[in-house]
Write a protein that binds this ligand. Structure first.
Ligand SMILES: Cc1cc2nc3c(=O)[nH]c(=O)nc-3n(C[C@H](O)[C@H](O)[C@H](O)COP(=O)(O)OP(=O)(O)OC[C@H]3O[C@@H](n4cnc5c(N)ncnc54)[C@H](O)[C@@H]3O)c2cc1C
Length: 446
């Protein structure tokens, strides 16, 4: 005779781009629901298999999970970390536990949506309910629409509506979009374990620690208060460097945006851009591989492989471009002003498809965010929503003079600048400009 063992009844919270306990909306509701909560993270083979062994993002996530695990250990619990394909992992968990509900914060990237739909379908076959929340954006998807119900495709009217929607319920109260989800928060609600467990090592997944440094999540308040004055100068530490923390949810966007609302409208504006691009990706997911303005997909890109390589290595002979690419290669970061210049240079001076540049950034940026990266690249190439008109072509030398007047940034990353060892310009600016104008004109007049 076989005895049927009773499965442990739990709820599960699935961590993805929200690696924190503090002000995590979905987690807050999971912990409040009553059942013990299993805190799950899946190192997804579908994603990991395409990455370099020393990918900095994997080192970062791994480090953050270790921190969460240590915190939970002091509450007699542990993070449940898996390595595999999400549907396989869920099949295993559904066999092992009697799962009441699955809690998670929504992710609107196309791959994430198809992954979550597959897991949701599986959960439905078991009668398990799914509870999902908006956590990594202030307003998502359909939250901010035009009066006629259509999505915005231009930033400024979107921003105005976004700010209108933010208006608090009463004067002096924080807008409800900034409600914090900390109160009633109990780490003790996480499912108890009988012994300490370590999370899977990087090496067991085929990775090695990245040597890159990660920016701190705590920043001086003056970075935000002075942001409008300092943000354009790459030699100054005048931006927050919080991109990676927003990407993986190691800080709360609600908390940062509510501070920005009081401290600096220009900083808040950048956070609204983040929502804007996420909204564009949600409504126009095809833009991850096609131009928002389809006529721009008729451009006859030159796609010269040697020139692309020179650009990736920071050897174009244009010092601001080269400094930016070398900063990216070495640190996984590039200043926003310089991102605009290198992206414009690749697409307009070299006439290389924006998708090549987008893919290179996706590999290298610690703060890589699909929506913002595609948005930034299409802006630079002139083919996106709020695109810079194609006839406005950045002059990389004029940009360097204006934004790095003492050449501090350039000399930091291109020490051979102004010596005979420095590369000659890969193309003359005037010739490149003319060629770009002709190529764009001929594509758009077809
Ligand atoms: C070609 C190109 C590619 C880009 N790729 C990415 C990317 O993959 N991931 C990414 O987060 N940003 C991207 N950006 C936007 C911007 O360059 C970075 O967000 C910023 O440089 C990150 O540095 P920071 O954290 O110090 O930002 P701060 O200047 O301190 O800004 C604070 C936060 O606001 C958000 N933000 C700022 N500017 C923008 C913007 N233009 N669009 C959307 N969000 C913004 C980011 O989350 C950023 O961390 C790209 C811009 C360009 C021109």
């Amino acid at each position: 005779m076989t005895t049927i063992e009773k499965k442990e009844r739990i709820n599960v919270f699935w961590f993805r781009r929200d690696l924190r306990f503090d002000d995590n909306k979905g987690l807050y509701y999971a912990l409040k629901a009553g059942l013990p909560v299993l805190g799950l993270f899946i190192f997804d083979k579908n994603i990991l298999d395409g990455l370099a062994a020393d990918d900095a993002r994997i080192t970062f996530i791994h480090g953050e999970l270790k921190k969460l695990n240590i915190l939970l250990q002091s509450h007699g619990s542990a993070m449940h970390v898996e390595y595999g394909y999400p549907t396989n992992v869920w099949q295993k968990l559904f066999k092992q536990y009697d799962v009441g509900s699955l809690y998670m914060n929504r992710d609107h990237e196309p791959y994430a949506k198809s992954r979550d739909n597959a897991v949701a379908a599986l959960a439905r076959t078991k009668g398990i309910s799914l509870e999902t929340y908006c956590d990594h954006l202030i307003f998502e998807g359909d939250d901010v629409l035009k009066d006629d119900g259509n999505p915005y495709t231009v930033f400024t009217p979107y921003k105005n509506k976004w700010l209108k929607k933010l208006s608090g319920p009463a004067p002096n109260e924080l807008p409800t979009a900034f409600t914090s989800f900390d109160s009633g928060f109990h780490l003790n609600q996480f499912r108890k374990v009988s012994h300490k467990t370590e999370i899977i090592s990087l090496e067991a997944m085929g990775f090695v620690p990245s040597g890159q440094v990660f920016p701190p999540r705590e920043i001086k308040q003056t970075i935000v208060t002075d942001y409008d004055k300092t943000r354009d100068f790459p030699a100054i530490a005048g931006t927050s460097r919080l991109g990676i923390h927003f990407r993986f949810g190691t800080i709360s966007i609600r908390k940062k945006a509510s501070k920005a609302l009081k401290l600096n409208a220009v900083y808040l504006n950048e956070l609204i851009w983040r929502d804007f691009y996420a909204m564009i990706l949600y409504h126009f997911p095809h833009t991850i591989s096609a131009s928002f303005r389809p006529e721009y997909d008729r451009i006859a890109w030159r796609n010269d492989v040697k020139e692309f390589e020179a650009w990736t290595l920071g050897k174009t002979g244009y010092p601001l471009v080269d400094a930016g690419m070398r900063e990216l290669n070495e640190t996984g970061y590039m200043h926003n002003r310089v991102r605009m210049v290198v992206a414009s240079f690749l697409t307009k001076h070299l006439l290389i498809d924006w998708r090549w540049g987008e893919a290179y950034f996706a590999k290298k940026l610690q703060d890589f965010e699909l929506a913002s990266n595609v948005g930034g690249w299409q802006w630079a190439a002139g083919c996106g929503t709020d695109a810079a008109p194609y006839f406005r072509i950045f002059n990389p030398e004029a940009q360097a003079k204006k934004f790095d007047p003492d050449q501090i940034y350039i000399k930091k990353w291109v020490p051979e600048f102004q010596t005979s060892d420095y590369a000659l310009p890969i193309i003359d600016h005037k010739i490149a400009r003319e060629r770009c104008l002709n190529t764009y004109k001929s594509a758009l007049s077809k």
